[in-house]
Write a protein that binds this ligand. Structure first.
Ligand code: DQA
Length: 153
């Protein structure tokens, strides 16, 4: 059974009330529930984590490597555009990950168009609201199945 971790960055705990015209009306709990349901249907062990603190996110990624996490889906939120520390944590652990955004960051302010993670991510999903997370999980499931197949061939 694949272990997938979903990390939500700063201010995403406010989803539902935070700029709903940009980020949608769903709460973080509702998104996590949707993800858990989809994970269960696909035989995936899913854990979720939210933090407003850069260092906690770095520690979470480091710990994931010790806890046999196979794949990470991360919405780094504002840290997307600022965090060398989160980039370095992914480079250090080599856990494959998908960068995920609710909004289309390329259709917004210029500073959101740069990401410290995109070039080292397996892929990026941006602009589909809560569906961005579900698409990322679908891709994660496919990736994990392919990895198992390759290992057993
Ligand atoms: C976000 C986009 C970021 O630019 C922003 O700072 C966020 C949320 C998104 O999901 O669309 O907090 O990652």
């Amino acid at each position: 059974m694949a272990n997938v971790l979903v990390i939500h960055g700063p201010n995403l705990n406010l989803l539902g009330s935070r700029e709903p015209e940009v980020y949608g009306a769903d709460t973080l709990d509702a998104i996590n529930q949707n993800l858990s349901q989809m994970a269960q249907q696909n035989g995936v062990n899913l854990q979720t984590f939210q933090s407003n603190n850069e260092g906690e996110i770095v520690s979470c990624i480091q710990q994931a490597a010790n806890n046999q996490v196979d794949f990470i889906i991360i919405n780094p939120a504002a840290y997307t555009h600022t965090s060398v520390a989160i980039r370095d944590a992914f480079l250090a652990t080599r856990i494959p990950f998908i960068e995920t955004h609710l909004s289309n960051v390329y259709a917004r302010e210029e500073f959101r168009m740069h990401s410290y993670l995109s070039d080292i991510a397996l892929g990026v999903v941006s602009g589909f609201g809560k569906t961005s997370y579900l698409l990322a999980l679908e891709a994660a499931v496919i990736h994990c199945k392919q990895s198992v197949k390759q290992r057993t061939e």
